[in-house]
Design a protein around this ligand. Structure first.
Ligand code: CTP
Length: 418
């Protein structure tokens, strides 16, 4: 696939810049013709001569020629490179370069070539975990995707700061796999202006989506309840990712969950008990897409006391009854064309349980959450899930926002198979 392909690698100023050297070598071994442009900051990590020797080509940094006279006919190099390339890859891409690309800066050979590129551009964001999670970076990543740039989710692991988190440049094999995928499915997307597959934004724009999140509370008396450790983070991430891609989102959230960080464009309604949630879900049951992320209690006390029960008077046996299964009800009452997505929290037999749950509840998809996996489940900012559908099962991990975006992509804007 890489044989004879023209690849421009843009290297920006992060510690992972050294990995771009291996990327260039590996692409050349696969038969690609590679050129490299670097930002000035990148030259502090790896010398331009390294790339020049490997590619046998100039490694431009500035738009204007890097010679003392400044007089050259070479000052339209960015246009030629933009035409020449079949694919441009920014690896690593710092938060600073990402911001510049998203806002159309043209202050270096790299950013100007991105503007001039007629080919797909793959951005590999690489930075410290906190920088990756910063609201401005999230905004820029969403914007980059909206603008049609391809994004490669960074890996989780040991970071240059000495901390663990999301932000590492993935292995060169992973980058090249993604490059092949892009070259196969969108060989000349930006040249012809043709859309090979609709984007997530195109599919979700104007769609009414209901997302539920957080725990239900089943009160024994005004000061005691049955509940679970859900914090609503996964459902809020799902609502945020869907809204960022054009969906009209209504979020039913537990009244124990604060939604102030969410965009005002998301309609937010609180619930307390399963019965309360069920009633509100029914009034929104006509939505095009329903995502049941809420951690719904399966049992409630048969008797609820309106006054606090004094411990001296308490009956220590509480009789419970089953709550309604809301997702199952939705599966039985779905409108035509509606997409129904459930979640499953499991501690064993993850896939088996999720497959059975999908069928039993009449859902199209189940996002199966492995509570035993590292950094996965209640209260974490990250998650590891398997998305289980009728014809595909795919693993996603990363921040809850990234997992949500990948789940939505897989369901609503899948790439055609290679
Ligand atoms: N769910 C629901 N109503 C319930 C219980 C769960 O709508 N009374 C939904 C959840 O929101 C989730 C899915 O069903 O989308 C699976 O929830 P889970 O707690 O994993 O499954 P249960 O139905 O409770 O089954 P089990 O206890 O056997 O795992």
């Amino acid at each position: 696939m890489m044989r004879g392909k023209h690849i421009v690698i843009g290297v920006t100023g992060g510690i992972a810049a050294y990995k771009a050297v291996y990327l260039v070598r590996q692409l050349q071994e696969a038969g690609a013709e590679v050129r490299v442009t670097m930002t000035e900051a990148a030259t502090r990590f790896v010398a331009g001569n390294t790339f020049a020797a490997l590619t046998r080509h100039d490694v431009p940094v500035h738009i204007f020629p890097d010679n003392p006279t400044g007089i050259s006919t070479n000052w339209t190099q960015h246009i030629h490179w933009g035409e020449w390339a079949d694919l441009m890859v920014i690896a690593p891409c710092t938060a600073n370069s990402l911001a510049k690309i998203v806002h159309g800066f043209s202050d270096s050979m790299l950013t100007t070539t991105v503007l001039a590129a007629r080919c797909p551009v793959l951005i590999c964001p690489t930075m410290d975990g906190e920088m990756y999670r910063a609201p401005s970076t999230r905004y820029n990543l969403n914007k980059a995707e909206e603008l049609g740039y391809h994004l490669l989710t960074p890996d989780h692991g040991y970071l240059a700061s000495g901390m663990e988190g999301v932000g590492r440049l993935p292995d060169t094999d992973v980058i090249i796999d993604r490059m092949i995928q892009i070259l196969e499915v969108a060989p000349s997307r930006r040249v012809s202006g043709e859309k090979v597959t609709p984007t997530l934004r195109e599919v979700l724009t104007g769609k009414k989506m209901l997302v539920t999140c957080g725990p239900t509370r089943e009160y024994l008396d005004p000061v005691r309840f049955l509940s679970n450790p859900s914090t609503g983070k996964m459902g809020m991430a799902m609502a945020a990712a869907a809204a960022a891609h054009g969906a009209e989102v209504t979020l039913l959230h537990s009244d124990s969950v604060s939604t102030t960080a969410l965009s005002p464009s998301i309609r937010k309604l609180a619930f307390t008990t399963t019965e309360d949630l069920f009633r509100q879900v029914k009034t929104h049951a006509g939505c095009d897409i329903i995502i049941m992320t809420a951690a719904v209690s399966d049992f409630r006390p048969v008797q609820t006391h309106s006054q606090k029960v004094k411990k001296a008077e308490a009956d220590l046996n509480v009789v419970l009854e089953r709550t309604p299964d809301i997702l199952k009800w939705l599966g039985e009452h779905r409108k035509n064309g509606q997409v129904l997505i459930g979640f499953a929290m499991e501690t064993r037999d993850l896939l088996k349980q999720a497959r059975e749950k999908r069928i039993r509840k009449g859902a199209d998809w189940i996002v199966a959450n492995d509570l035993a996996a590292d950094g996965s489940g209640f209260a974490f900012d990250t998650n590891q899930v398997v998305l289980v559908g009728a014809h595909s099962e795919v693993h996603f991990e990363g921040t809850k926002y990234d997992v949500s975006r990948n789940v939505l992509h897989h369901i609503f804007a899948p790439q055609p198979p290679l």
